[in-house]
Design a binder for this molecule. Sequence first.
Ligand code: DX5
Ligand code: ZN
Length: 226
Amino acid sequence: MTFDRSIKIAPSILSADFADFGREICAIEAQGADWVHVDVMDGHFVPNLTFGPPAVAAVRHHVTTVMDVHLMIAPVDPHIDAYATAGADILTAHVEAGPHIHRTLQAIRAAGIKAGVALNPGTPAEAVAHLLDLTDLVCVMTVNPGFGGQKFIDMSDKVRALRAMIGDRPVHIEIDGGIDPATAPLVTAAGADVLVAGSAVFRGGSADAPAAYGDNIRAIRAAATG
Ligand code: DX5
Ligand code: ZN
């Protein structure tokens, strides 16, 4: 993975057909997805429950771009090696998930993969001020994590603050939640470069009829890049 700040669309497979991840991933990549976003939820840190390392490892076989794994779990540290072994290219942990996020980021990098840190809507940008040399990606949540299809919460001021704090460090700013062609330009104008989108990518299509995925991805990208 080489670093750049071009706009990247990362469909979340939370909105895909869970019984058909292989064909769904093949479809979104063929239709222009830059990364594949994988939402891991534990029914504890967030109210919803998705899947664990064996399912992530199975998904990995179908990803030819970048597998971006978003851990909405607590604790994180006992599970890092399992998700690294499952094939995550980037492993993102929440700053709110425990008292030792610094240690968590060190452990993710020690596993040989990129480390991301996510911020819930109520958490200020300053929470990552001392982590920027340990991280490859800051994920700004624009919904309260747990479910797809929620309403966008505008965090543009937080994104602007992060963009200034990051300076010329090779750190991505990712936005997760409620991204569609209307909201994408607000966050890219503020400095974001990775846009996660679940419902806005998968709506209207299927693995058998994937053209809508392409239309949806192009619409978000066109809006985001002005
Ligand atoms: C929310 C997840 C998101 C979610 C985004 O907890 O982290 O990745 O799937 O879904 P949309 O784009 O529908 O808000
Ligand atoms: Zn996510």
